[in-house]
Design a binder for this molecule. Sequence first.
Ligand SMILES: Cc1ncc(COP(=O)(O)O)c(C=O)c1O
Length: 387
Amino acid sequence: MRPTDPTFPAPATLAALPTPSLLLDVPRMDRNVARMRARLARLGVPLRPHVKTCKSDRVARRILGGAPGPITVSTLREAAEFAALGYTDILYAVGIVPSKLPQVIAMRRQGTDLALVLDDAEVARAVAAAADAAGVTLRVLLEIDCDGHRSGLAPDSDALLEVADALRSPQVVVDGVMTHAGESYSCRSDDALRAMAEQERAAAVRAATRLRAAGHPAHTVSVGSTPTALFAEDLSGVTEVRAGVFVFFDLVMAGIGVCRTDDLALSVLTTVIGHQRDKGWAIVDAGWMAMSRDRGTASQPLDQGYGLVCDAEGRELPGLLLRSANQEHGIVGRRDGAPGPMPELPVGTLLRILPNHACATAAQFDGYHALGAQGEGSEWWARFRGW
Ligand SMILES: Cc1ncc(COP(=O)(O)O)c(C=O)c1O
């Protein structure tokens, strides 16, 4: 068992770590953060990072420049954990349901400015009733569907104004709109990404404009996914950008073309535990329990299996993939058609696997072994888990 104390010193060398372990290359992470911040600074819009990717105070502070700042969360557990650490401005960006309102109201009473998201008139009435009954002000963003990917109200729909009207109460502020262009993950060219970013912006601004015309404050216009944040050319009318996975990047993001594989800040350290040399396999102790079941690159032009294989220092081993995964076994082999022989990789060899989906892989672990510029592992950074 590893202590959850975020300052617990991790062993200084990779060889001393248990495997599988989650490694965080801090200089790469800092580079990714600087890139996003520079991009948004040019566009003149602040970042409200989605901390569902990192679920870590240490990482969140690094994104925010050292101190707690505005964040986006995907669970009330994240909201509570971050609030306890001094984060007061939190957007809970998953549709609220009435059963969760007592928890929300308790957090509001404790001083957390927790904004909610919804897209349903019945839920809106329940939120207004709960706020009135508690005498607590609730700030609500209406979720807008900008791309048919998931939930939300169409920006030109009658339903948008009906849901907003269902929130009319002295205790509820219809503070604006939020949208997430999930279809950006299916884009296959820079032009498509730029167009998707504009589609996301235009839908959110249009919805907010209609709400204002109907007498609602609608100050907040919140957009963002990592691909649209990095490819937007104009964010006029937008008041904040939510991006999350940019902090680590992953193979899915590399497949979309928003980063390179040497930008990936997360990897799983694993040990070679055996071979099936006639099949060209090395067996490692990172299966899907360590990597997650996420096969996000399977639908991309370049399928990366369960991850790209690197040596212990993080240098890619050309043509090597984690081809398949059982719970605690991974099978390393050559990509179909890759030239050259399988490297030796004696039992005990340490390898690093770059993940398909950083959020999913990180969620398999209690924390990060934070590595410095020379690859030294000096600190253990705890993560939150659960709901
Ligand atoms: C509502 C919402 N906002 C923002 C994000 C962040 O997007 P990304 O992970 O592409 O940075 C997500 C990711 O799923 C999301 O669901």
